[in-house]
Unconditional design. Structure first.
Length: 274
């Protein structure tokens, strides 16, 4: 039992009898520099909260309040609000008029889940790929095929300046990366969940040979059946003028037309002289 002892200044302090040392003050929990997911909500329940935002917002047309989301997932609105800082930090939600609107990725996740897609959470991958913890782990795994889970946790904790008291919340970062398909876990080992797209090699035999340049269309020659040439020539001669022509002039006119047609035919068949 502690007894109040009087100090020389006249004040009292709770010091055990016979002890000259004051009690050790409780250690203050240092806050991380990065926003971490809450550990007050189970991981699968956090995904339910995300989908609720998509459903209750009518796929992003209006905000969904914490009270509405809480009623939807059978959780108090004060508990629901604990997930919002992390969701907003990674881009799952966007703050609007004191509430939150779901991102396009969250809406796609909700739709896929409604259709029974077992990999519906993969729709969230683009956002987590750009998040600080996604970049950290994926960058390391791009140089090494696997890494130990404890090593991954230490790496994320160091970047977040998070002490051991936050181990559960740091571990939730890996849970989000795994659910979205960005990583896979095999026992205590972590590896990339998405293979790099294969590089397409173009073989020389697959390249088509160059084709002849297209020939300019001849306004006087239209398409023709095989082995023939169609000519489209329009000539207008006023009949009053034609009546005044002499027979020799008329004959010369039509003779000239015949020569033009013959020359055009030779050019199209390749027999004409240049």
């Amino acid at each position: 039992m502690l007894q109040d002892t009087q100090s020389p200044s006249g004040t009292t302090s709770g010091v055990p009898p016979g002890s000259s040392e004051p009690p050790t003050p409780s250690r203050k929990k240092a806050r991380p520099k990065k926003t971490l997911p809450t550990d007050r909500i189970a991981f699968q329940k956090q995904l339910d909260v995300l989908r609720s935002h998509a459903v209750l917002s009518n796929e992003g047309e209006k905000v969904a309040t914490n009270i509405a989301v809480g009623d939807f997932v059978h959780m108090s609105h004060s508990t629901v609000s604990l997930a919002n800082p992390f969701f907003a930090d990674v881009g799952f939600l966007t703050k609007s008029n004191g509430s939150y609107l779901p991102s396009r990725e969250v809406i796609d996740f909700s739709r896929a889940h409604q259709w029974g897609d077992e990999e519906a959470a993969h729709k969230l991958a683009p956002l987590l790929r750009e998040a600080w913890f996604g970049k950290s782990i994926l960058r390391r795994l791009s140089f090494r095929p696997t890494m130990d889970e404890d090593e991954a946790l230490r790496q994320l904790a160091q970047e977040a300046s998070a002490g051991p008291d936050y181990r559960t919340q740091v571990a939730l970062l890996l849970a989000f990366l795994e659910a979205t398909g960005l990583i896979e876990r095999d026992g205590s080992q972590v590896r990339l969940g998405e293979p790099s797209p294969p590089t397409q090699t173009i073989r020389p035999e697959s390249i088509p040979p160059p084709s002849d340049p297209p020939r300019e269309p001849n306004p006087l020659v239209g398409p023709a059946p095989e082995g023939g040439v169609n000519f489209q020539i329009g000539v207008h001669v006023d009949m009053r003028e034609l009546r005044e022509w002499e027979p020799q002039r008329i004959a010369a006119f039509f003779s000239g037309m015949a020569q033009v047609l013959a020359a055009k035919g030779g050019l199209e068949t390749g027999d004409g002289e240049t």
